[in-house]
Design a protein around this ligand. Structure first.
Ligand SMILES: C[S@@+](CC[C@H](N)C(=O)[O-])C[C@H]1O[C@@H](n2cnc3c(N)ncnc32)[C@H](O)[C@@H]1O
Length: 268
């Protein structure tokens, strides 16, 4: 695919900030045709060094809470201001995804790029840890590094060139994610699908000059992409199941409807 939005960003800056396969390209594909309104309050969950959060503000006009556990929010704050953004547009927050401290139903939406596989593999995570902070009807857009088909009983040699079996336990196929996500009672699945982005994003990453990318290069150069993919998970928080009562006032003389009243359990 063509990454028109990503191409606007300076490649040296992107390479300095990314922590894995090109997250701007992944986010651009994930967010193509997204349903989140401009001006929405959005959590970038697992935002790393903040490049994906900057992208969400600049490209889609969201107000973003860049939420991350390992990165330093002071460094991110400096980066955001160098990118010309104010704290009305973007706020760096150090927080654990499994122990969020925001107000309940604070966010219109959540976007998570190349991070959800660290904390979202517990099937209780969505309903207990994340969805309470999302408004009813709010969207959740996730992209995780995945596998075309789980092979955890017998890893191909190419994968073991860069990653241990423990590290590979963070990466799974669509069936695995579908099984976890479908346990949620509080969200509906809009789509879980394999993305087009794959080798190109890995190739951008292994060109970066750091120890992690150098390690990952061994597997990618040996052809590991044939076993790997990226998986988009698009969800929506359900509305309450509401009982609606309808009362009709009928004029028996003229045989005409005078008024209609709707009562729901959330309307009082
Ligand atoms: C591979 S990096 C991706 C960062 C960023 N989204 C990007 O693509 O550049 C994964 C991120 O997940 C974050 N992370 C892992 N576990 C987390 C947790 N429990 N709560 C919040 N963030 C977490 C890490 O801090 C790290 O920055």
């Amino acid at each position: 695919m063509k990454y028109k939005r990503t191409e606007k960003y300076n490649i040296d800056l992107v390479n300095e900030k990314i922590m894995g396969p090109n997250p701007l390209k992944l986010e651009e594909e994930l967010m193509d045709g997204n349903k989140i309104k401009e001006g929405s309050q959005v959590m970038d969950l697992g935002s790393g060094q903040g490049i994906t959060s900057v992208f969400l503000v600049k490209e889609y006009g969201f107000k973003v809470y860049a939420t991350d556990l390992w990165s330093n929010p002071e460094d991110n704050k400096k980066f955001f201001s160098e990118m010309g953004l104010t704290d009305k547009e973007i706020i760096p927050v150090k927080m654990d995804a499994t122990d969020l401290k925001y107000e309940k139903e604070f966010f219109d939406a959540v976007v998570s790029t190349d991070s959800y596989n660290y904390f979202g593999r517990d099937d209780k995570f969505l309903d207990e840890k994340l969805l309470p902070f999302v408004k009813k009807g709010g969207y959740i857009y996730i992209v995780v590094p995945g596998m075309k088909k789980d092979c955890h009983d017998n890893f191909p040699d190419e994968l073991l060139l860069s990653w241990t079996p423990e590290q590979l336990d963070y990466i799974h196929d669509i069936k695995y994610w579908n099984n976890i996500i479908s346990k949620s009672k509080d969200c509906e699945i809009i789509s879980i699908h394999e993305m087009e982005s794959n080798e190109e994003c890995w190739n951008d990453w292994i060109k970066c000059d750091n120890d992690y990318s150098k390690n990952d290069k061994k597997a990618i150069d040996a052809g590991a992409c044939k076993y790997l993919n990226f998986i988009a998970i698009i969800l929506r928080k359900k509305w309450d199941n509401e009982i609606v009562k309808i009362v009709l006032f009928w004029n028996v003389n003229s045989n005409k409807l005078i008024k209609t009243f709707l009562f729901g359990n959330n309307m009082i």
